[in-house]
Structures are given as structure tokens and as C-alpha cells.
Design a protein around this ligand. Structure first.
Ligand SMILES: [Zn+2]
Length: 252
């Protein structure tokens, strides 16, 4: 699908109108006429605004990914399900984090599904203790506050990735992709950039044995520093291949 904007016509616009009718609330009741007119433009802008995207009425890769519309000829072949579990609100709103995470994986045929989002509902004692997570980020977490956090997310099925949002780490970290055995998950700090969740999820999908863990190319998602970037981060062919072998990345 090419970029769509006011004036575009054709079956891609009909598909767009179908998704906007399905996903927007209140429903915009667009006619499925394949003509991108003022009403469709307004609906696109409303969708962008409520998903933390740039509000420009232009349907490019990020808006398309957030709507779950694959590129023509390149349908989604896989899906990954995320459960958000939060103790802390994040500097980047959750809907924007989700939209940017979807934008990273969509060009590779991987759809990111939002399975569930909830605050962890901790008792005040645990909540205040776990806003800052103490300990070390390791591949396999076995104890300490890291483990305690994952244990609180017991509702997350082991087929999904739990993404835990905390206020901060005691170390200078924005995220950690380590987790308990059979409890796939990662932790992201409040100050993480809009790409930080996609990066930590990638650690979980690549697994402990994949090498190199990080790549020193600032365009790549797995650059070791949580960079603010204008462009959507890239993945190498080897990274994509391994991600699709993960049991958490299911063929559809
Ligand atoms: Zn990393």
C-alpha cells in the first residue's frame, strides 16, 4: 500500500475506511466508497491523535501499522502479543509506545497485538518498593525485586510477553529484557523513549543465545543506547529470522 492522503482512491482506501469504522469510538460511519475525502481525513486525524501519532491525516507506515493494515503484497505472517503491566505512568503515553512498537515490526510482517493492559494493583507497600527496581538486569532472573515484579504479573499467559512499566531502575537503565524462566517479559522505565519497549521486546524475542546482542549501528533497533530517533529503527535479516523462530512469535 502506498501512502494514502486526502484525494487518494481505490481498494486501499476502502480497507482504511473499514478499519477506521471498526476501531474508532465513536464510530465515524464512513461510507466504504474508496474515496479519501474530508470525512475520512477527519477520522484518520482522530485515530492518529488518540494513538500518539503525528496528526497529519496522512496514512504512512506508522499509522498503517497502528491500524493493523499490512502493506499490499506483504501481509502479516506472524504475531506477537504484549500485555502491559504498569506501576508507573510513562513519559511517552502507552498508546504511542504501542503504535511505535507496531511500526518497528510491521515492515517485517510481524503484527504486534495488544492483549491486555492493567495496573498491577500492588499493595501500597510493594508498590512503593517496586517503583524503583533494585538489582541487576540478567538474562535469567532468579531473585530480588526483578523476580518479585514478574511474579506480580502472574496473569500474563506464558505465550505472551509481559511488559512491566516502573518508575526507574537503581542502575542507569531504561529497560531490561531479562525475565523469569517461562515468564517472558521485560521491564521499561518511565523515562524510556518511544522505541524502548520495541527494543526490550526484541531482546525477549531474540533470546539469550542470539549474537550480537546489541549492534552499534544507530539505525538498528538493537543499538545499546535507548536513542531518540526520528526514523523508525531497523532490524537486520538475521534478527528478523531469529525473531520469527521465537515461540512467542506465532505464524498466522
Ligand atoms: Zn538492550
Amino acid at each position: 500500500m502506498t501512502t494514502l492522503r486526502q484525494g487518494s482512491r481505490g481498494p486501499d482506501v476502502t480497507r482504511l475506511q473499514t478499519e477506521l469504522n471498526r476501531q474508532l469510538s465513536p464510530r465515524p460511519d464512513l461510507q466504504l466508497d474508496g474515496i479519501f475525502g474530508a470525512k475520512t481525513n477527519a477520522a484518520v486525524r482522530r485515530f492518529q491523535g488518540s494513538n500518539g501519532l503525528v496528526v497529519d491525516g496522512v496514512v504512512g507506515p506508522r499509522t498503517r501499522a497502528a491500524l493493523g493494515i499490512p502493506e499490499t503484497g506483504r501481509p502479516f505472517t506472524h504475531r506477537v502479543r504484549l500485555n502491559f503491566c504498569s506501576i508507573s505512568l510513562t513519559d511517552v503515553p502507552f498508546n504511542s509506545i504501542l503504535a511505535h512498537t507496531q511500526a518497528v515490526y510491521a515492515p517485517h510482517g510481524i503484527r504486534i497485538d495488544f492483549a491486555n493492559g492493567m495496573s498491577l494493583g500492588l499493595d501500597p507497600d510493594a508498590a512503593s518498593r517496586l517503583t524503583q527496581v533494585d538489582g541487576t538486569c540478567q538474562w535469567t532472573i532468579t531473585g530480588g525485586e526483578y523476580a518479585e515484579l514478574f511474579q506480580h504479573g502472574g496473569h500474563v499467559p506464558s505465550t505472551d510477553i509481559g511488559v512491566f512499566y516502573i518508575d526507574r531502575f537503581s542502575q542507569a537503565l531504561n529497560g531490561c529484557g531479562g525475565h523469569l524462566v517461562n515468564r517472558p517479559g521485560c521491564i521499561v522505565a518511565r523515562a524510556g523513549t518511544r522505541w524502548c519497549t520495541a527494543h526490550e521486546v526484541c531482546h525477549v524475542l531474540l533470546g539469550a543465545s542470539f549474537s550480537p546482542t546489541h549492534i552499534n549501528d544507530p539505525r538498528n533497533l538493537m543499538h545499546p543506547v535507548d536513542l531518540q530517533r526520528a526514523d523508525t529503527p531497523t532490524l537486520t535479516a538475521a534478527q528478523v529470522e531469529r525473531i520469527k523462530q521465537s515461540p512467542l512469535c506465532v505464524a498466522i
